[in-house]
Write a protein that binds this ligand. Structure first.
Ligand SMILES: [Ca+2]
Length: 121
């Protein structure tokens, strides 16, 4: 790679790096999820690599395993990483706290916790 000072608009200054040969750049073209599922160490293939697949049969789909940092090939390793609910206080002053974790790689999916006050409807 060669470095050059580039102070042309929109840059105020700094360096721009260029590969000697554009073919030197490597891009898998895969999303962060696809890289996680299909790459090492899990190397899921076919339908087992889908977001809703559950190749380890722990009832936690790959998409959730990806978000919480689970292992899609090891049953139940993600259960401790799933959202946790704790309730403190006594009625009518109870406070429910929901804690959940996400991995930086899963930011691409923009995960968010959804809830409602009426679980029946
Ligand atoms: Ca699973």
């Amino acid at each position: 790679m060669f470095g050059q000072l580039d102070n042309s608009s929109p840059y105020d200054g700094g360096y721009e790096l260029h590969p000697r040969d554009p073919s030197d750049l490597v891009s898998s073209g895969l999303s962060p999820y696809q890289q996680w599922a299909q790459g090492s160490p899990y190397k899921l293939i076919g339908g087992d690599a889908n977001l809703d697949a559950d190749p380890d049969h722990d009832s936690i789909p790959n998409g959730i395993e990806f978000i919480v940092g689970g292992n899609p090939t090891m049953a139940n390793d993600a259960s401790a990483k799933l959202p946790q609910v704790s309730v403190a206080g006594t009625s009518p002053n109870r406070i429910a706290t929901i804690s959940f974790r996400t991995t930086a790689a899963s930011d691409d999916l923009n995960p968010e916790l959804q809830f409602c006050y009426d679980v029946i409807n």
